[in-house]
Design a protein around this ligand. Sequence first.
Ligand SMILES: [Zn+2]
Length: 276
Amino acid sequence: MKLKSFVLFVVAFSNILFGWGDQGHKLINNKAVALLPAEMQDFTKWKDYITLHSVDPDNRKKDDKSEAPKHFIDIDFYKEFNAGKMIENKKDLVAIYGDSMVTKQGLLPWATLDTYNKLIQAFKDKKKDAVLLYTSDLGHYVGDGHQPMHTMLNYNGQLTNQKGVHARYEIKMVDKYIKEIEASITKADVKKINDPFQYIFDYIANANSVQPVLLDADLYAAKSAGSNDNDEYLRLMWFKTRYVTEIQFNTAVTDFASLIYSAWIEAGKPDLSGIQ
Ligand SMILES: [Zn+2]
C-alpha cells in the first residue's frame, strides 16, 4: 500500500511538472529552428538534435534537485504582479519574500534568461556542444513559459476543485490534438529582441492571463462529458481551448526563434559553418 501510494504520488507529481509533454516541446523546438532567417541557415543542420533534446530539462529533474523550480513560476502568488507591478529583479524579490519562498514559487524567468546568456557565450566561444545544449534547454524553458499552467498559482486546479487539469490539458489533450496544433503553426517574423528579460516576463504574464479560459473549459467539458477522463471530455476541452492553445504554441515558436536569433546577433553573428 505504501509503495502504491508512493508510485501514485510520483506519477501525479511528474505529470504536474512536465510542461506540454514530450510532443509539445518537440514541436516547439523543431518549428522554431525551421523559422530562423536565411542568414542563420547553417544553424538548421542541428534541428533534429534540438528537437530530440527539447525534453532533456524535464528528464534532468530526477538527478538534479535544482532543476524543477526552473520550469514554472506561480507569478500570481505575488501581490505585486496582481497589482500590475511585478518585481522582476530576483534580488529585490528575495529581499521581500526570502530565497526559499521565491524558489518555491518557481524560477522560470530567471532560468530562461540565464540560459539565453549562456547561449550568447556559447556562440561567442564557437562551441558546438554548448550551443546545442543551451539552445535545446532554452526552447524547453520558453515552451514552459507559454504553458499557462506553468505560470499560475492554481497550476493543477487544486484551488478550484479541478485537480489533475494540468495533465489533462498539457499532456492528454495536447497529445491527442498535436497534428492540429502542428498544422496551425504559421510562418511569422523572427525579430531581434532588445530587452530579453522584459520580453520573457511579458510572455509569462500573457500566458498567465489565459488561465480562466482553461479552467472554465475544464469545468464545462467535465460537466458535459459526465467525466474528465474520456474522449468526449478531451474533444470538448479542445473545442473550448483550441484558439488560445494554438496562439500559445505559435508565440512559443516565434519567441524561441527570436531569442536564438538575438543571442546569435549579440554574439557578433559568428560563422555557423565554422562551429565544430
Ligand atoms: Zn518543463
